[in-house]
Design a protein around this ligand. Structure first.
Ligand code: HEC
Length: 460
C-alpha cells in the first residue's frame, strides 16, 4: 500500500503540482488552505465527526503525510460513487490538480509560505424556518461498550394529512458521534409495533441495523425519506418535486453512533420543509431494485453458521429471501452451483423493467458490512447502456442517496440492473469490536445479514 502510494504521489508530482509559491512549490497559505477549507473542514473541525481538525496551519502541517496518502488513494473526502457514475449534485470529489497540490506540498515538507488568514468558505445554506421540527423524544446515550451503536427512534411528527416534503435537515445532537442517519417512513400499521419496541430494553428507542426492524413489509428503503451523513446539512429534493407522506404515517429515525469518541447523551433533530400544495409538486416515486443474496462461506470454512437455514432462522425478513428469487426468476440452486473462488468476490444481480415513461432524478443504494461493490445501470449490455450509479468500493458508513445533476430519461420497457458484490472471505470487525467470522449471508436487517438493494427516484 505504502509503496503504491508513493509511486502514485510521484506520478502526481510529475504531472505537475501547481498553484503555489514562486519556486513552483505550493505552500499552505497559498494553495493548501483553500482546498482544505472547501473540501475538508466541513467534517474536520473541532467537535466534528472527523478525528482531528484541518482548519489550522498547525494541524495541516502535522497531518500533511496522512493528508497526502488519504487524498492520493481516494479515501478522503469520503465520496463513494466512482468515475463511471453520472455527475451528482454536491459531489465531494477533489480535482486531479487539487490532489497533486496536496501531495507535492506534503512531499516538500509542508511549507507554510507567507502567513495570511485563510478565509474559510462561508456556509452557503441560507437559514430557513422549518415547517416541522421533530427531535428524538428523549436524549439517548449510546452504548459505550460497542464500537457502533445503531438505534431507531420513533419521531412524533403528527402528520395527520397527506403532506409533501420538499427537503429536510438533520441537526445532530453530538456531532462527534452521529455517523449517519436514515429516515424511514412507516405506515399506521407499523406504528403500534414501533411503540411496543420503543424503550423495551429500558433505554430510549430500540436497536436496529439495516432497517427499522419492525418486521417484513414495513419501512423498507423504498419508503425512505432520505439519508444524512456528516458534512452535509440535509437534502432538498429537485425543484418542483416532493416526497409525499401519507396521513397517519410516522418517521423512524435510525441513527448510527460511532463510539470512537466518548459517549454523551444525544438528541438529534429532524427539520422538515413542506412544499406548498398549491405549487402542485410532482410526487417523487421510487422504483425499487433488489437482487437475491446467497453468499456462501469461503472454501474450507464450514459449520452451522455456514448453512442457509441458520441464516434464515435469524433473519427478520426470511420471506424476502425466497420472494426475491421469484421476482428475479432465479433459484437457490443457481447460486449454490456457482464456483465462488476464495469467497472474496460473490456477485448477484437482477433486472427490472421500467413500466412507464418518466424522468430519473436520483439513485440510492444499500448493502451492509460485507458489501464490496455495487452498480445500477440502465439497459446493460446494449449500445445505449448508461450507468446510473457505480460504487467501486462500498463503505457502509458512507451510504446514501444521490441526485443527478442532469435528469435521465426512462422509457417504458427499459431494463434496469442492480448488481452487488460481497466479500465473505475473512473475518471483519463487527460493531461490538469482536470479529465477524464469515457465515452464510441472506436477506435480513442484522449486522450478519446482507441486502442488495437500490432505488431510482423518478417522476412522471
Ligand atoms: C464528510 C466528512 C469528511 C470530509 C469532507 C473529509 N473527511 Fe477526512 N475523515 C472523516 C472521518 C469521519 C474520518 C475518520 C475515519 C473514517 O471514518 O473514515 C476521517 C479521516 C481522515 C484521515 C485519517 C484516516 C485516513 O483515511 O487517512 C485523513 C488523513 C483525512 N480524513 C483527511 C481529509 C482531507 C485531506 C479531507 C479533504 C480533502 C477530508 N479528510 C475530508 C470525515 C471527512
Amino acid at each position: 500500500m505504502k509503496a503504491r502510494h508513493w509511486i502514485l504521489a510521484g506520478l502526481l508530482l510529475w504531472l505537475g503540482g501547481s498553484g503555489g509559491a514562486a519556486d513552483g512549490l505550493p505552500t499552505y497559505y497559498d494553495a493548501v488552505a483553500p482546498i482544505l477549507n472547501t473540501h475538508c473542514v466541513g467534517c474536520h473541525t473541532e467537535g466534528g465527526i472527523a478525528p482531528f481538525p484541518l482548519d489550522s496551519a498547525e494541524w495541516a502541517v502535522k497531518m500533511a503525510p496522512a493528508i497526502a496518502s488519504a487524498v492520493a488513494e481516494g479515501r478522503m473526502p469520503p465520496w463513494p460513487p466512482g468515475e463511471a457514475s453520472p455527475k451528482m449534485r454536491g459531489e465531494r470529489r477533489l480535482s486531479p490538480e487539487a490532489i497533486a497540490t496536496l501531495v507535492s506540498w506534503a512531499k516538500a515538507g509542508a511549507p507554510l509560505g507567507e502567513a495570511k488568514n485563510p478565509t474559510l468558505t462561508p456556509n452557503k445554506s441560507v437559514a430557513r424556518t422549518p415547517d416541522l421540527v421533530a427531535a428524538m423524544p428523549r436524549a439517548y446515550t449510546p452504548d459505550s461498550r460497542l464500537y457502533d451503536d445503531y438505534r431507531c427512534f420513533l419521531l412524533d411528527t403528527g402528520l395527520e394529512r397527506d403532506t409533501f416534503v420538499q427537503g429536510y435537515r438533520i441537526q445532530p445532537g453530538q456531532s462527534q458521534l452521529v455517523h449517519h442517519v436514515i429516515l424511514f417512513v412507516i405506515g399506521p400499521e407499523a406504528v403500534q409495533r414501533a411503540r411496543a419496541q420503543d424503550g423495551a430494553d429500558g433505554r430510549p428507542g430500540w436497536q436496529c441495523f439495516g432497517g427499522p426492524s419492525l418486521g417484513a413489509g414495513t419501512g423498507s428503503l423504498g419508503n425512505a425519506l432520505g439519508f444524512w451523513v456528516p458534512g452535509t446539512q440535509g437534502t432538498d429534493y429537485p425543484p418542483g418535486t416532493g416526497k409525499e407522506i401519507k396521513a397517519g404515517s410516522r418517521i423512524v429515525m435510525q441513527v448510527h453512533y460511532n463510539l470512537s469518541a466518548p459517549a454523551h447523551p444525544d438528541q438529534t433533530r429532524l427539520e422538515l420543509f413542506f412544499a406548498d400544495p398549491a405549487s402542485q409538486p410532482k410526487s417523487i416515486r421510487r422504483m425499487i431494485l433488489a437482487a437475491p443474496v446467497e453468499v456462501r462461506c469461503p472454501p474450507g470454512v464450514s459449520g452451522e453458521a455456514c448453512g442457509r437455514a441458520f441464516a434464515l432462522e435469524r433473519s427478520e425478513l426470511k420471506r424476502v429471501a425466497d420472494g426475491i428469487h421469484l421476482l428475479c426468476g432465479t433459484t437457490l440452486e443457481d447460486y449454490l452451483r456457482r464456483d465462488i473462488g476464495d469467497g472474496s468476490h460473490q456477485e448477484t444481480h437482477c433486472d427490472f423493467s421500467v413500466r412507464e415513461d418518466g424522468v430519473a432524478l436520483g439513485v440510492l443504494a444499500h448493502m451492509h458490512l460485507r458489501g464490496k461493490a455495487l452498480r445500477i445501470s440502465l439497459n446493460p449490455g446494449t449500445p445505449g447502456e448508461k450507468v446510473l450509479l457505480d460504487i467501486p468500493r462500498w463503505d457502509f458508513h458512507w451510504q446514501g442517496e444521490y441526485w443527478f445533476e442532469e435528469p435521465i430519461a426512462l422509457r417504458q420497457g427499459d431494463r434496469v440492473r442492480i448488481s452487488c458484490v460481497y466479500d465473505n472471505a475473512e473475518a471483519i470487525p463487527g460493531p461490538d469490536g469482536r470479529p465477524l467470522e464469515p457465515r452464510y449471508l441472506t436477506w435480513g436487517e442484522g449486522t450478519t445479514d446482507e441486502m442488495c438493494l437500490g432505488g431510482i427516484s423518478w417522476v412522471k
